[in-house]
Design a protein around this ligand. Sequence first.
Ligand SMILES: C[S@@+](CC[C@H](N)C(=O)[O-])C[C@H]1O[C@@H](n2cnc3c(N)ncnc32)[C@H](O)[C@@H]1O
Length: 227
Amino acid sequence: MLKLARAILPARARRRLLRNFLHERKEFLSQQTKALPSVKLEERHIANLKMLVNRKALLRLLPQNGVGCELGVNTGEFSRQILRLANPAKLTLVDPWDTERYGEKKFQAVSKRFADDIAAGRVELIRGYSTEAGKGFADGTFDWVYIDTTHAYELTRDELRLYAHKVKPGGILAGHDYSKGNVVSGVVYGVIDAVQEFCVENDWEFIHLTMEPQTPSFAIRKIGAAA
Ligand SMILES: C[S@@+](CC[C@H](N)C(=O)[O-])C[C@H]1O[C@@H](n2cnc3c(N)ncnc32)[C@H](O)[C@@H]1O
């Protein structure tokens, strides 16, 4: 594309094209960012927050031998770490594996990777969307749920609202990419906005944030649940 533009357009026209493209991209990202809710946290939402160095440290602090769920699995690399570090008695993995990037091959790889644990009933694969699959779980099923799907505001909001009922009283909702977006690909995320809005509207508090610069994780629970 760039080669073609160089071949057929004079330098000044190329510069104008690039300026227009960058301007439109900036406008687009700005619109997307402005569309997100801006809800302010209060001191009580972070009174028990403990920062952690990375999400492996978070896994070590999740209730051991519990019942857990990962939404958004990809190849199951993080699921493998979950099994090792959080040592769940039962782990449910939910993903539709229905796109070109995350498709059939990855589903097959995950099925193979966890074949022994699936046969033993320790791992369950659910091929479906988080919000659809969620309706099939009884309330209070999980000790914790880790959300790592599209990072869009609307989906994260809906996942938090739904899975808040699917964790036990005092259960933990956690997730990846607690950030404003991917700076390299220029994609806006709504995770921060959805999580903060959820905490304020439902009286939940942060218990952990992890310190990876581009891809922090969060963990929240109902205020007063630890007492
Ligand atoms: C970033 S990857 C997950 C990475 C994985 N948790 C890890 O840390 O290695 C995102 C995954 O979310 C899945 N996904 C996208 N939309 C989803 C949805 N609505 N429900 C469940 N999974 C979804 C994609 O198919 C993809 O496999």
